[in-house]
Ligand binder design. Sequence first.
Ligand code: NAD
Length: 349
Amino acid sequence: MSSSKKYKVAVVGCGKGGGVLGTHSIGYAHGTDWYDSPRADFVGACDLDPENLKRFCTHFEVPHGFVNIREMLATAQPEVVSICTYAGSHPQVLEACVEGGVKGIWCEKPFALSMDEARDMRDLCAENGVKLIVNHCRRPLEQFRKVRALLEAGAIGTPMLFASSIGNWDQMEWGTHWHDIFRMWAKDQPVEWVMGQARCGGEKFRYGHTMEDHSLGYYCFADGTRALLDGGVALPGDAALSVFGSEGVIHLTQKTMRVINRDGMTETEIPGLHPPAYGSEESLRIPHSLLDWMEGGPESELSVDNALKTTELYLAIYESAKRGDRIDLPLGTQADFPLDAVAARQKAQ
Ligand SMILES: NC(=O)c1ccc[n+]([C@@H]2O[C@H](COP(=O)([O-])OP(=O)(O)OC[C@H]3O[C@@H](n4cnc5c(N)ncnc54)[C@H](O)[C@@H]3O)[C@@H](O)[C@H]2O)c1
């Protein structure tokens, strides 16, 4: 049972807003959820860009905007902060939040550029009693849950392979969502090994980090089920995600779920593959899972412990490409973003 307490909340990383091409402004998604939540009181916002900050504060009637995060934390004193900046800035922003007395953090994906950073952020929060969730926002959605239920019911026999391909994207920015979904479909079993390859000219730089031109991630869950993600070049056909089983196949397209098995083919409509409308009851389930967890309720399914396992997958894929070898999990110490080494090597060739 949730309390009626209203939490003082703030957003760091507003974005331009208004659907400006080339930016998503995910800060507006968090902003809409907090603005519409009966459990939140919007007390502050922070962005390095004063124009973005001003527009955001006007849009959400935020009383105080700051370009300096430590100033925001000291003045507005939020209890909960949304971190909507890029992965490379997460350690610094998160540390400021923890030191500033924040007790709950809703951080954007992708979580980190290295496993050392990811583990340090988890540990810092644990040591300071801060609850941290990472926005793998597709995991709770019904259309993805339904696939797991079908697999558990044996609708396509033994699951053998989860597969997806993402045109013009990567293993990390977009791929982290599908790795998280594959893990959920595999009942969050451990992954035993990871193979990865990447073409990385080093010319593509998005969200503050090197991005590959094309990559492959392939890994094996404890029960032998495999997952394959092509980052960069889409497969033919209309399926965004597929599960191949010993007695059938499930395809998720942008609009449908197609099940082909011994009974024939059934196709049902789904609400899409993207998050629901921000501010809706379904959308608010994520931030409210953080507040519930802070109040002693169950750990959010988007907790940092879940995020670490998903983050480990894209980082192990890049590490495999860097070393030219299979990576057996858990991934050990990793201080640097492995794709930078791949890009440097390929540039030198
Ligand atoms: N969960 C999702 O489905 C989803 C969707 C879109 C974007 N994202 C993620 O959200 C993050 C942000 O993406 P975006 O498209 O909103 O970017 P954006 O460029 O539209 O907005 C980022 C904002 O953060 C500000 N900023 C950067 N560093 C900062 C710092 N240290 N302190 C304060 N402000 C800072 C920038 O000035 C900018 O206004 C990315 O990591 C992206 O992958 C997630």
